[in-house]
Ligand binder design. Sequence first.
Ligand SMILES: [Zn+2]
Length: 399
Amino acid sequence: MTSAAAGGGSLAARFVAIDSRRYLAPGEVVWNRRGRIVAVRKARGAVADICLLPGLVNAHAHLQIAPLAAPERDFVPWIGAVLRARAQGTMRGERQQVAEAVTDLLASGATAVGDIDSTGNGRDLLRRSPLRGRSYRELTGFHLDRVAARTLVRERWHGNRSGVLAAGLSPHAPYSVSAELFRAAARQARHLAIHCAEVPEEQQFLRTGRGPFADLLAQLGRLPEGFRAPGCGAVAWLQQLAVLRATTQLVHCQELLRGDVARIAAAGASIVVCPGTITYFRRQPPAVPAWLRAGIPVALGTDSRASNASLSMRDELAAAASMWPGLSPSDLFKMATTNGARSLGTAGLGTLRPGAAADFLVVPAAASFTATLAAFVHGQAPLQAVVCGGRRRRAHTSR
Ligand SMILES: [Zn+2]
C-alpha cells in the first residue's frame, strides 16, 4: 500500500471489484486522508498478484449478546434463556462483548454492520469504531397501548446524529410487539428491523392466539386482557400495520406463507438470512434463490453469539454457499455486500467507487476474477488485509 503526500493512499491489484459483477483488471484504488475513495481506475505497469474486494456488510447482528452458558436448541425456551442471561448481565460485560465483537467483525472482513441494540450499553463503542452501517434500538412490549408505546419510542429514539453509524428502530417481532408499538416505531423512524416469520409457533400465535408464545407472554404478564389474534400470518400482519416498507428489514422469514413473497417484493422490503442461526436451530434453509428471483434484496447476517459460533461474515458466506449451492459466487457476494447495504438503507457501502468509503479486503488473485470470487465465498482464500476508512486493520489469516 502506498501513501500519497495528502495522507491518503493507493493500491494497485490484478483485479479490483467495483461490486459483485463489475471489476477492473488490472485496477487501482486511490483514497484521500479522510478515508474516501477518490478514484477507481485501470492500473498501469506492474501490479501485485492480489484482488481488492469491497468490505462485507453484516446486515443483522446483536453485538451485545454473549454465548449462552448452556446451548438451547428449542426456540421458545431459547428466548427464555436469552432473557434470563440479559437479566443477569452487567453493563461492563455487555460493553466488553461489543468491544470484542467490533474486533472480530473487522478481522473477518466486515466493515459495516446492522446492529440490534437491546440496552443502549456499548452503543458509544460502536459509534467510535470504524464500522459503518446502522444501529437499531430494540423495542419490545406486547402489552403496550398507544400512550405507553409512544412514551417508550420517545425514550429509546436518539435520532440520526452525524457520524458513520445511522440510526433505526427494531420493533423486535410480531409476537413481542403490540400493534400500537409497531405504529409508534414506524412513525418515528424511517428504518426498521423486524424479526419476522421465524418459527411455526409465531404464525400459530398470530393466526389463533394460542400456542407457546401465548403461554410465554402470559407468564411474563404481557398478554393483554381480552387479546384477540390478528388472524393472519406475520407478513400480512406487518402489511396491515403499514410497517412493511422499502426501508424495512425482515430478519429470518423461515416460515413464509402463500402470497408473502409477493407482498415483500411489492413493498420493496429486504430479507436478512442468518446461516449460523439456521444451523444452530437445525432448521431447513429457506427459499433464498426464489426470493432473489422475485427481486427481493436478500442479505446475510451473523445474528448473535447466542445462536452462532462466531460473528464471522466469511463463515456466513461459506455456510450460505453450501446451503444454496445453486447461487453463483456473484449472487452470494452481492448478498454479503450491496444487498446488505440496501437492507440497511446506507448508500455507498459494499461497493468500490469514487465517493464511497475506502473499505476493502485484500485477497490473493486466482486465474480469473470469477475464480477469485468463488474461492473467497467458499472460504478458501486467505484474507491478507482489511482496510477500513483507508486504514489497515488486523485480519484473520484464515476465514
Ligand atoms: Zn436477531
